[in-house]
Design a protein around this ligand. Structure first.
Ligand SMILES: Nc1nc2c(ncn2[C@@H]2O[C@H](COP(=O)(O)OP(=O)(O)OP(=O)(O)O)[C@@H](O)[C@H]2O)c(=O)[nH]1
Ligand SMILES: [Mg+2]
Length: 354
C-alpha cells in the first residue's frame, strides 16, 4: 500500500527544502520516495519532481485569466485540483502500489486550517489506499517570543483538528535558534507543551486584553492536550532520521519490513528479493515497534538543545574534525587501492615481457 506525507506549514517554514532533504536521505538509504509538487507558485523546485501541479495549472495563468491576486489565485488552484482529482490519481497510480510520496503544499495556512479543498483531496487519497500523516512545519523562530509561540500553538491545533490525519508538528530550522538570543525556557518546554501557565509573565508585558486573550488560548491548548513538536535541522542527518522515525510511527510505516526482506515467525529477518516492503505488514512485535521508546542519536530533545542551542559551536567544531578525519581516511584508502593497482599492473607487465 502507498504511504505519504502531507507537508504543510506557513510560508517559508522550509517545506520544499524538507522535501528535497528527505529525497536525498531516502535515496541514500535506499528507501522508495517520490515528491509531488502541489504548489502552483513553486518556480524553483529543488527536488526531482515525480508529479508537478504546474502541468495542470499555474498560479501565474490563474491570476492573469481571472484577475485574481496571489492569495485568491492560490485558493482557486486548490479548488481546481480538487475538481480535477482524477488527473492526480492517474499520475499517482503510475508511481506504483508501494510508493512513498511527499506532497509539497503551498504556504497558505488557510489550506490546512479552514479551507475545504485540501481536506477533501486528502480524504480521496485515503480512499485510494494511501496511509498518510500531516507534517506541519513551523519556523522555530516563533519560540523566541511568547505571543508568537501561542499563535503557533493555535495554528498547529487548528491544522490537527481540521485535517484529521495522524499529525507531526515540527519546529524547523532549529539550527538557527541560537542566533535569536536566549530562550526563556529550555527547548523541551516548547516541544512538550506541558504547562503553559509559565508563559504568563512573558505575556503580561503586552496590553492587558492581549495577554488575557493569549492566556485563554493557552488554557484551550492545554484542555485539548494534543499539540507537541518534533525538531528539524534539515542538513543534519541525525535530525532527519529522528524525524523520519516519528513520522514512520504516525503513518504506520514502522510496521513495514524492508523491501527484499520477510520475517520468520520468531521475528528474524529473511532475505527475499521478491518481497515488496509495503505489501507485507510486519506482524512481529507489533506493539513494541509502535510503543517502544524512540532510539537513535538525539531522539531526546535535551540532546537537540545541547547540539543546536547550548553548545552549538563546540559541536560544529567536533563535526568538522570528524568529517576531516573521515575525508582523510577515504583519501588514504583510495591512495592505497591506487598503489595496489599500480603494483598489479607492474607485475603483469613484467610477466608479459618475460
Ligand atoms: N538554516 C536552515 N535553513 C532552512 C532550513 N529549512 C529551510 N531553510 C531555509 O528556509 C528558506 C525557505 O525554505 P523553503 O523550503 O523555500 O520554504 P517553503 O515552506 O517551501 O516556502 P513556501 O513554499 O514559499 O511556503 C530557504 O532559504 C531554506 O534554505 C533548515 O532546517 N535550516
Ligand atoms: Mg515551497
Amino acid at each position: 500500500m502507498p504511504f505519504g506525507e502531507i507537508v504543510v506549514g506557513s510560508p517559508g517554514s522550509g517545506k520544499s527544502t524538507y522535501c528535497y532533504g528527505k529525497h536525498q536521505l531516502f535515496t541514500a538509504i535506499d528507501r522508495p520516495i517520490s515528491v509531488v509538487n502541489l504548489d502552483p507558485a513553486n518556480d524553483n523546485i529543488p527536488y526531482p519532481c515525480a508529479i508537478d501541479i504546474a502541468s495542470l495549472i499555474t498560479l501565474h495563468d490563474v491570476m492573469a485569466e481571472h484577475s485574481l491576486g496571489p492569495n485568491g489565485g492560490m485558493l482557486y488552484c486548490m479548488e481546481y485540483l480538487e475538481a480535477n482529482y482524477d488527473w492526480l490519481e492517474d499520475r499517482l497510480n503510475e508511481l506504483g502500489k508501494h510508493a512513498y510520496v511527499l506532497f509539497d503544499l503551498p504556504g497558505q495556512v488557510e489550506l490546512s486550517t479552514n479551507h475545504g479543498s485540501l481536506k477533501r483531496i486528502i480524504e480521496r487519497l485515503g480512499k485510494c489506499g494511501f496511509r498518510l500523516a500531516a507534517v506541519h512545519l513551523c519556523d522555530s523562530h516563533y519560540v523566541t517570543d511568547a505571543a508568537k509561540y501561542v499563535s503557533l500553538l493555535l495554528l498547529s491545533l487548528r491544522a490537527m483538528l481540521h485535517l484529521e490525519l495522524p499529525h507531526v508538528n515540527v519546529l524547523s530550522k532549529i539550527d538557527l535558534l541560537s542566533q535569536y538570543g536566549d530562550l526563556d525556557f529550555n527547548l523541551d518546554f516548547y516541544t512538550d507543551v506541558q504547562d503553559l501557565s509559565y508563559l504568563e509573565n512573558a505575556l503580561s508585558s503586552a496590553s492587558p486584553r492581549y495577554s488575557a486573550l493569549n492566556m485563554a488560548i493557552c488554557e484551550l491548548i492545554e484542555d485539548f492536550g494534543l499539540v507537541g513538536f518534533e525538531t528539524l535541522a534539515v542538513e543534519d542527518k541525525q535530525s532527519m532520521l529522528n524525524l523520519t522515525r516519528a513520522i514512520d510511527r504516525a503513518t504506520g510505516y514502522v510496521f513495514v519490513p524492508k523491501a527484499g526482506e520477510t520475517r520468520a515467525p520468531d521475528g528474524a529477518a529473511i532475505h527475499d528479493p521478491s518481497a515488496a516492503g509495503s505489501a507485507q505488514p510486519n506482524a512481529y512485535a507489533l506493539m513494541s515497534s509502535a510503543m517502544g521508546p524512540r532510539v537513535g542519536v538525539r531522539s531526546d530533545v535535551r540532546d537537540v538543545q545541547e547540539r543546536w542551542v547550548d553548545a552549538r559551536e563546540e559541536w560544529d567544531a567536533y563535526e568538522r574534525a570528524q568529517w576531516r578525519r573521515e575525508g582523510e581516511a577515504l583519501r588514504r584508502a583510495a591512495a592505497e587501492t591506487e598503489e595496489t593497482e599500480t603494483e598489479k599492473r607492474r607485475k603483469l607487465n613484467i610477466r608479459e615481457r618475460k
